[in-house]
Design a protein around this ligand. Sequence first.
Ligand code: FAD
Length: 274
Amino acid sequence: MSTFSFEFFPPQTPEGQEKLRATHRQLAQLNPAFFSVTYGAGGSTRDRTLATVLELQQAGSIVAPHLSCVGSSREQIRELLDTYRQTGTRRLVALRGDLPSGMAEPGAFRYASDLVQFIRAETGDWFHLEVAAYPEYHPQAKSPREDLLAFKHKVEAGANSAITQYFYNADAYERFRDECEALGLTVPIVPGIMPIGKFSQLARFSDACGAEIPRWIRRKLESFGDDGASIRAFGLEVVTDLCARLLRHGAPGLHFYTLNQAGPVSTIWQRLGI
Ligand code: FAD
């Protein structure tokens, strides 16, 4: 069975909260397997993530909070795990995260695999654990092979499934999945899908996280200049084609980075006929 999910970030303002409520109402009608809520580096959104998770749960949705461990102590993570258990949360996205600038101490966990191991030791099989995967390789990875082995290590530490960093290059995903299979990894690896909105924002994000915008897409987007309607129309076409190909080639679902917007995802969803 395919797993479709939608990712939100915890809003910072009352207007942002209202917008997220409306987005959630709209996307909940598509009946996803779960919604996920991001967690700011170094625990910076700890309370807002928790509040958003609780609100979505109270509205009747299954929610997977993200939990990044860098900069945190074992006690802080234990407390959060206890809180989530008490709220009946059964799914988590376990991450290392990135140290915010100015924070020097990595804390008790060096890699996401340490966090997965800790969660399993503390809570057994209570949580379904998702981890991150990088078809175009993590920007800090020493080599593609080491990144692949680091991913294997996370799975062996107890991850149940994975969500990828976004990409626009289906070959990278399919090759990564084949390489995982060749290593004997059988967990579902769900493609992360980033709809294309503003080109400058996408270019900045992509530089930071090591996701490639293929030249033909970049050149087309650049050629539209400030013509937002053309950018959106082209973006929807490219991303819908990507999703359709991934599903046709056996992707076990799709995870949408919604950026708290319902419009692009709903359109892609309709066009895919899911
Ligand atoms: P890891 O799996 O620990 O990998 C980090 C790096 O260390 C990689 O280069 C890897 O190759 C290397 N490595 C791992 N293990 C070893 C080892 N044993 N020896 C040597 N090298 C090793 N960030 C947030 O702050 N909040 C979020 O909510 C969030 N959500 C995300 C959701 C998804 C689906 C994805 C794909 C990313 C998300 N991120 C989030 C970003 C993520 O935190 C960063 O990409 C971070 O830099 C790496 O996190 P990780 O869990 O992949 O780390």
